[in-house]
Design a binder for this molecule. Structure first.
Ligand code: MLT
Ligand code: ZN
Length: 465
């Protein structure tokens, strides 16, 4: 790296420059330990102005800059270039304002998602975006990846919650539009270009987020159905019978549920909440504000589905502890897959009607090439997003590119997306044009070229220049 350390020290101070062994794993390795980076330096700026000054320097020297957040990404997008700058915004973690009258929160990029949740709740308002990595993922990261998670079905993805954005562009220019309005059609809505751009178009430093009324009731269950078609019928029924309160519909194929609950029993001593052996399991959750009526409505809705035979078994949480136990099955699924590491994992979306075809086709194609392969399927079926884990048991690595081709080949035929919520990073880069047309990729490159002509922002992510 050509930038003199004295110039960097003038910006962030000696104490906020990490080099050599001081760059701990937390800045180099992601939580699945799939990707590893070797940044030349990690900088921890305290303000947008410091970020801007760093980028001005990096721009003049042509030094790569990668933002490092909570390291919970899955596609390698937060891996700094060898010898480049890793930018950690962990010191920029303040919640600057919660405005309950306008239902907005102004927050710095380094704030951890769960901290933002809790701060909103203290003020009696609600930030709906939720995911298993809530305790480490940072606001800048969830904006950079347009994160989804468990409640997209009702409240949308991060994109749907960002009203205002402040970013620093590659040349150090600060672009700020921290308005609190939902409607703003004044020319191009540039913030949507930045959201989900994986740090390749600008560094997100602050955001204004849209809040919602804080739900005061929550009903959670795990239910089982015999077939996938019944699970989707249940989804549509509950959307209607819960009057729009259905917030999560997280589905696990039966064999996936079995593997996860067995491992959780053994390793976490968490008892299996619903017997194994059914076709499909769904974590269903509704949220609302009618203390008298919501529990009864939820129970009525599930009872009707049990009576009709669509639901074959169900367990309802009757306390917050039980709710945590039920969600634990879904949030801590990795426990079930540890001994399959290093596995291939996928994050795809498609019309719900073709999901069973997707699973059976992937399994058929895998078996032809790798007779010993095992595959597990689960995900946010309510919004069309499935995850898959593939390997040989126990953990005999497959040729991951060949498995990618199998999975993405089926997705391509079925008209889905190879990257529903985790993004492209480096892991999916060579498959971008399996899911996007040449003209779409051309447009993406033109935008990148216009905003970052020297290619210093997170080089090699999404595509090679
Ligand atoms: C999830 O839904 O749990 C996350 O997206 C991570 C994953 O399972 O791939
Ligand atoms: Zn997910």
């Amino acid at each position: 790296m050509d930038i003199a350390s004295s110039a960097l020290a003038d910006i962030v101070g000696e104490a906020n420059i990490l080099t050599g062994d001081d760059i701990g794993d937390r800045y180099r390795i992601d939580f699945l330990r799939k990707h590893e980076a070797a940044p030349g330096v990690v900088l921890r700026p305290a303000s947008t102005e410091e970020v801007s000054a760093i980028l001005r320097l990096a721009h003049s020297e042509g030094t790569p800059v990668t933002v490092i957040g909570g390291q919970t990404g899955m596609c390698g997008a937060a891996m700094a270039s060898p010898g480049g700058i890793g930018l950690s915004l962990e010191r920029m973690n303040r919640i600057e304002e919660i405005d309950p009258a306008s239902m907005t929160m102004t927050v710095q990029a380094g704030c951890v998602l769960q901290v933002a949740h809790e701060a909103a709740e203290e003020q009696g308002v609600f930030l709906p975006l939720d995911l298993g990595a809530r305790g480490s993922a940072m606001i800048g990261g969830v904006i950079g990846t347009n994160a989804g998670g468990n409640r997209v079905l009702r409240w949308g993805m991060m994109r749907d919650m960002v009203l205002g954005l402040e970013v620093v562009l590659a040349d150090g220019r600060i672009v700020s539009s921290l308005g609190k309005v939902i409607k703003d059609n004044a020319g191009y809505n540039w913030k949507h270009l930045l959201i989900g751009s994986e740090g390749t178009l600008g560094v997100v430093t602050r955001a204004v987020l849209r809040l919602r009324p804080l739900p005061t009731t929550q009903q959670t269950a795990i239910v089982a159905t015999g077939s996938f078609e019944d699970a989707i019928r249940l989804l549509r029924n509950l959307e209607a019978s819960l009057s729009g309160r259905l917030s999560s519909f997280e589905l696990l194929w039966g064999d996936c549920y079995g593997r996860v609950v067995d491992a959780q029993l053994k390793q976490l001593k968490r008892p299996c909440p619903l017997p194994k052996g059914y076709g499909f399991y769904i974590v269903v959750e509704a949220m609302g504000s009618d203390r008298e009526g919501d529990d009864a409505q939820f129970e009525r809705a599930l009872a009707a589905e049990l009576d009709s035979g669509l639901v074959v078994d169900a367990v309802l949480a009757n306390s917050d502890t039980q709710r945590a136990t039920l969600w634990g099955v879904r949030d801590e699924m990795h426990v079930g897959f540890m001994n399959l590491m290093p596995f291939c994992n996928y994050d795809v979306s498609m019309a719900q009607s073709v999901m069973p075809t997707f699973v059976s086709r992937v399994r058929e194609d895998l078996a032809k090439r790798y007779p010993e392969a095992v595959s597990y399927f689960y995900g946010h079926a309510g919004d069309g997003n499935l995850h898959a884990i593939v390997n040989q048991d126990p953990g005999k690595p497959l040729e991951s590119l060949a498995v990618d081709e199998i999975v993405f080949g089926v997705i391509r035929e079925l008209g889905g997306s190879i990257a529903a919520e985790h993004g492209i990073g480096t892991l999916r880069r060579q498959f971008l044009d399996w899911t996007r047309s040449d003209d779409e990729v051309w447009m993406m490159r033109a935008i990148k070229q216009a905003l970052d002509p020297k290619g210093i922002l997170n080089p090699g992510k999404v595509f090679e220049l």
